[in-house]
Write a protein that binds this ligand. Structure first.
Ligand code: FE2
Ligand code: FE2
Ligand code: FE2
Length: 167
């Protein structure tokens, strides 16, 4: 692919991905305000943006076999753990940005779990199997990710067990 087209598609993919995410977040907000149709509008349009993102991502050659996809996912989580979040958190601390210190800390701690889960999945898929996975619980406040056993309070942010989302 020509370099310029490749750059354009990467930029379009990033933009569509952000639109997908923010429309979903704003849908939750509209829902909380009781504006059901606005929530539905945000969700429907976010689904279209996911289609656009998927198409750009496919043309870029980024939809591969699951073992390769897992490896790329693992590489991304490890980059966040080893370089990105420690650096972002250090800057937030230097600048005494309380909200950013907290949001980067929560993400950093969570990505460590994601990395382990992806590594286990890679090993299984490379052996020709699906991964062994119990029930997965996500903290709605900090995103912390837990498998099977769930404490009464989130170990990272103290949110209550009842609020965790199960997958
Ligand atoms: Fe779009
Ligand atoms: Fe992650
Ligand atoms: Fe939490």
């Amino acid at each position: 692919m020509h370099k310029m087209t490749e750059r354009d598609l990467n930029e379009a993919y990033a933009g569509e991905s952000m639109a997908f995410m923010k429309y979903n977040i704003w849908a939750d907000k509209a829902e909380a305000e009781g504006k059901k149709n606005v929530a539905r509008l945000f969700r429907a349009i976010s689904a279209a943006e996911k289609v656009h993102a998927t198409n750009h991502w496919r043309v870029l050659g980024n939809i591969q076999d699951t073992a390769s996809n897992l490896q790329h996912a693992l590489d991304g989580e490890n980059y966040e753990i080893e370089e990105m979040y420690p650096a972002f958190k250090a800057v937030a601390e230097l600048q005494q940005e309380k909200g950013a210190i907290r949001s980067t800390h929560w993400a950093l701690e969570t990505e460590k779990v994601h990395s382990k889960m992806y590594q286990k999945a890679i090993d299984a898929v490379k052996a020709g199997k699906d991964t062994q996975l119990g029930e997965v619980y996500i903290c709605p406040v900090c995103g912390y990710t837990m498998e099977d056993e769930v404490p009464d309070l989130c170990p990272i942010c103290n949110a209550k067990k009842e609020s965790f989302k199960k997958f």
